[in-house]
Each structure stands twice: as C-alpha cells, then as structure tokens.
Design a protein around this ligand. Structure first.
Ligand code: ADP
Length: 560
C-alpha cells in the first residue's frame, strides 16, 4: 500500500465527513438561527397570540349576544299586550318574580303615551336599590316618547326578515363616583297590531350582569375549545371596561392590572363597553422572548451534541483507519517474516542435500541455522495463533504450580547460544527465595522469549541483555533489560496495543508483527499481574512482568 494511496484515502474520508455531516449540520444550524431571527424580527409569536386573542374576543361578543337573546325570547312571549288592560301590572310583576335577573319591566304605547312599569318585587325593602331602579325608569320615561316610533320601525324590519323583534340598548352613568351600566332589552310584545308603536322593555339587573352574566360568558369562552390559549402556563384573563376608562367593571377572574393585549368594542348588545384580554402575570412580549430564549438554548444544546457527535465520529474513523493501516502493515511484516526463515531453511537444506560440504563445522553451522530459523518460525506462528485465540476470546490458560526460577532458567538456556552468537553480553540473575507459583508455563516462557527477542532486535552497538527474577513485597518480578534504542515516552503505553510498532525508522528495518508485547500484557494480566516498561531513547529499556503471589490466579478463559 503506497503512502500516496493512504493519503488520498484519509483525505477522502475527511472530505466525506465534511460534506455529509459537517456541512449539512452547519447549514441546519445556520438555517435555524436565521429562522429564529426572522421570528424575532417579525414578532411572529406575539402576532400569533394577538390573533388568537382577537378571535376569542369575537367569540365572546357573539356568545353574550346569544345568551342575552336566549334570556329575553321566552319572557317576551309572556309579556302583556295592549288588550291586557288592568292585568298588565300583575303580569309584569309575575314576570319579575320569575326572573330575578331583571330589575324592572315596562310597557309603553305611543298612542296612549302611557308607560306602565313595575320594579323587581324581590327588592321591595331595599330603598337604595329601588331609588336606582326608579331613576332608570324615569330616564326611560324621558326618552321613550321620542324614540319609540324609530325603535318600533327598526324592530318591525327585523320581524320582516324573520328575526326576533328584539334589541338591546345600554350606556354608562356615574353613580356615587362609580361607573354604572344600565342595560335594557326592548321588543314588540306579542299580539300588538302593526299600526301601533308599542314597546316592551326589560331592565337588566346591574349586579347580575356584572357578577354573573358577563363573567360566565368570559369564563366559558376561555375554557372553551381554543386550545392555543389553554396550552399556556399563564392562563388568559378577560375584563370589561367603559370606552373612556381602563379600570375593570367586570372580569373573568382577578385582573392583575397592566395593559390588555387585545380589545374589542361591543357594538350591538352592550354599547359603550370594551372587552379586553391578556395573560395573567405576564405579557405576550415576555412569552415571545421566553420562547426565543428557550429555542436558542435548545439549539445551542443540540449544536454541542452535534459537534460532539462529529468529533466522536471523526475520532472513531481515524482510529479505524489507523488500525486498518496497522493491520495491513502486519500482513506485510508477517509474510516477510515467514518468507525469510523459509528461504534460509530451503537454501541450507539444499546445500546439505548436494553433499558438497567437506568441513564438519560447516555441517554443524548449517544445521544450527536451520534449527534457529525453524524456531523463529515456530515462535512467530505461536504468537499469531495465541493472538487469534485471544481476539476470539478462546485463549485458555493452564495454571499449575511452577518453580519459576527453573522455568526462567531453562527457557533462557535454549536461547543463550543464540544471544551470545549475536555478540550480546548476557546476565542471568535468579533469586533463590522465589516461592512456587501457579502459572501457565508455556505462556510465561513465551512472554519471556518475546521480551528477550525484542531486546535482541532493538539494540544497536551496546549489546547487553540482563534477565532478573526477584521477589518484592507482593509480587514476583521477571525483568528483561537492554541497552538498546529505547522507546520515546509518548509511545510507551502504545507499544502494548496490538499491531503497534514505534515510529523510529530503525524499528522498521527490523521485522516484527507488533503482536509480541500485546500478548505479553494479556498473559501478565491473565495471571493477575501486569507488564511495565521503563525506557529512555538511546539508553535502553527495562520490561518487568509483575506476578502477584498472594492471590492465586484461577484457571479458565481469559480475554484481553
Ligand atoms: P514487534 O517487535 O514484533 O514489532 P512488539 O509488540 O514486540 O512487536 O513490540 C512493539 C514495538 O515496541 C516494537 O515494534 C518496538 O518499536 C517497541 N519495542 C519493543 N521492545 C523494545 C525494546 N526492547 N527496545 C526498544 N523498542 C522496543
């Protein structure tokens, strides 16, 4: 695999990452921010709420008209006509007794210019009440002679259209420094001939209107189907005020002051009245700001997650790519490592086969080379097999009580010749106080061989290998020291990872698979211990396998 190819591969992955994830993510973020800015600039939230508010007010007006109509229609049917004569007063009184929501009832006929009126009998004893009602009746008496022809004409037109001949009228007066609303329904009583200008009048009780009728209509509308309003934590509240004054006259709940968000002037049913609406305890502007803040925060949190995700993806992809590169290097290295000893073995075997050698030492030398090379092959294959077992989670250790001193010595013995042949000074130092330990003999031997082999491979001029086996407080330490090329500090943890080989060009001149130390670490950990390295570039390295001897390891499967 050429360097150039790897570079393009990496660049391609980064480009894909950028085009497929980073760019769309950034575009999405930018679009969301732009969108929110637009909403902020257009005050879209505020406008939407205000639209809802206006709609609610419109419904409230319609509802109050419907309710007032429903109240008056049946009463109109009971109303006395012109031919009731002396019974008129008692009929009016009866109606009032049945309907406490009216404070008076009256019948006016233009032709006789007579206004027959009755006050609510239920309040007979209340002098103040009677005074107010009498004032209202007097007021009606003052304008009805002039207005009645026009009123009747209007009502007859309605009747002609198939509607109920009834209408409403009202207005504000000041009473004891307070706004007071008088409100009447007027209609043509039943059985009145078409040529007579006769009007029936019902005066609504002010308290009833203010404390019952209007608050009920407002509450009905607010708790109705308009889900837009219901969804908010701050409930909306409505009130009614005179056109010229802002203080509430009737309200759906506690009006907490402040400016209404929307208003509607009642035209038909309650002249001069204004209905207002707002949220309790907050303003629409605040809600708009809160909505935007909330959305900006969500966006910020999402961006953080997105950037985090992209970073994680990038990290994983780079890791996978590094691993892929290590694996391909591994394949190249291993094939080379297999080929070299095989070529040597074949070459020397062929030479021997020809039988042309004369000197006996030559035979010895050739046999030794063949043995050494086949040993190298075995070690390599063992490493690869062990590694694949570990990777598959099938590596099993056979722990048995072992004299470690003896095991280390005999393992080194078979290697001693080779070490010395390569010109290495060799020191072996085995303490006599090593207690017997339960270990997997083969695995420990293989670890030691891997370490010694590395010391051989990664030394230049100062050729020294020292092996020590000694006891400390809690562990038995097996130490392999060299005076070779050393390992830079930043690579000292990585060398134990599978396939990892140091960046030093010298390392790449030496063949290796990058598996040895990862196996050593797996083996040490399976024994409940670990492997440590102390090293300084150009000075040498010391690898120590520490095996605890208090805790006896268990037999069974162990994975890396
Ligand atoms: P290999 O030797 O097959 O490459 P290892 O897993 O045994 O694989 O070692 C990993 C790397 O650690 C080696 O490639 C080398 O760079 C470094 N290394 C191991 N032992 C030594 C040592 N004694 N001195 C210097 N470098 C070492």
């Amino acid at each position: 695999m050429s360097k150039k190819w790897r570079l393009t591969d990496r660049t391609r992955t980064l480009l894909t990452l950028e085009l497929a994830i980073v760019l769309p993510a950034a575009a999405l973020m930018a679009f969301s921010i732009w969108n929110l800015k637009q909403i902020q600039r257009d005050q879209a939230i505020e406008a939407a709420i205000q639209r809802d508010f206006s709609y609610v007010l419109k419904i409230a007006e319609k509802k109050s008209w419907e309710r007032a109509n429903e109240m008056v229609v049946p009463v109109r049917k009971e109303f006395p006509g012109l031919d009731d004569g002396s019974k008129t007063k008692s009929i009016l009184e009866h109606i009032l007794l049945e309907h406490p929501e009216y404070s008076y009832a009256a019948l006016y006929d233009k032709k006789t210019n007579q206004l027959i009126s009755r006050m609510q009998p239920g309040h007979d004893m209340d002098a103040v009440y009677c005074g107010h009602v009498q004032e209202e009746i007097n007021n009606v008496a003052s304008w009805i002679p002039v207005e009645s022809p026009g009123m009747v004409k209007h009502l007859r037109v309605m009747e002609g259209k198939g509607e109920q001949p009834l209408a409403f009228y009202g207005g504000w007066t000041m009473r004891e420094n307070q706004n007071s609303y008088w409100h009447i329904a007027y209609f043509i009583p039943p059985n009145v001939p078409k040529d007579r200008a006769t009007v029936g009048i019902l005066g609504f009780d002010e308290d009833y209107m203010r404390k019952d009728f209007l608050p009920t209509v407002m509450k009905d509308v607010l708790t109705g189907k308009s889900s837009v309003l219901k969804a908010d934590a701050n409930p909306p509240i409505m009130m009614i005020h005179p056109v010229k004054e802002m203080s509430p006259w009737a309200a759906s709940g506690m009006w907490d002051g402040g400016k209404p968000e929307a208003e509607r002037r009642f035209a038909d049913v309650f002249p001069e009245m204004v209905m207002a609406i707002k949220y309790q305890g907050t303003t629409v502007a605040d809600i708009g700001t809160r909505f935007l803040h909330y959305n900006y925060m969500v966006l910020a949190a999402l961006s953080v997650f997105m950037v985090g995700g992209i970073w994680l993806t990038y990290r994983n992809v780079s890791r996978e790519m590094t691993l892929a590169k290590l694996k391909s290097d591994f394949v190249a290295n291993v094939s080379h490592e297999l080929r070299t000893p095989l070529a040597l073995i074949r070459l020397y075997a062929e030479t021997l086969e020809l039988g042309r050698l004369t000197a006996k030492e030559k035979y010895q030398e050739y046999f030794r080379i063949i043995r050494e090379e086949s040993e190298r092959l075995t070690a390599l294959i063992n490493n690869i097999l062990d590694f694949s077992r570990i990777e598959a989670g099938r590596k099993e250790y056979e722990f048995q009580e072992t004299d470690l001193g003896e095991l280390v010595h005999s393992t080194l013995e078979s290697y001693r010749f080779q070490i010395q042949q390569n010109g290495f000074a060799f020191e072996e130092n085995i303490s006599s106080d090593i207690p017997p330990l339960k270990v997997d003999r083969e695995a420990i031997a293989r670890s030691l061989l891997n370490l010694v082999n590395n010391a051989l491979k990664y030394s230049k001029d100062r050729k020294f290998i020292g092996v020590r086996l000694y006891r400390t407080d809690g562990s038995i330490n097996l130490e392999v020291q060299d005076r070779g090329i050393g390992i830079p500090t930043n690579e000292q943890e990585k060398i134990f990872e599978k396939f990892y080989r140091c960046g030093d060009p010298l390392v790449h001149n030496v063949k290796g698979s990058g598996l040895g130390l990862s196996l050593v670490r797996h083996i040490a950990r399976a024994h409940g211990g670990d492997v440590l390295v102390e090293s300084e570039p150009e000075k040498g390295s010391k690898f120590t396998i520490a095996l605890p001897f208090a805790a006896a390891p268990q037999t069974g499967n162990a994975t890396a």
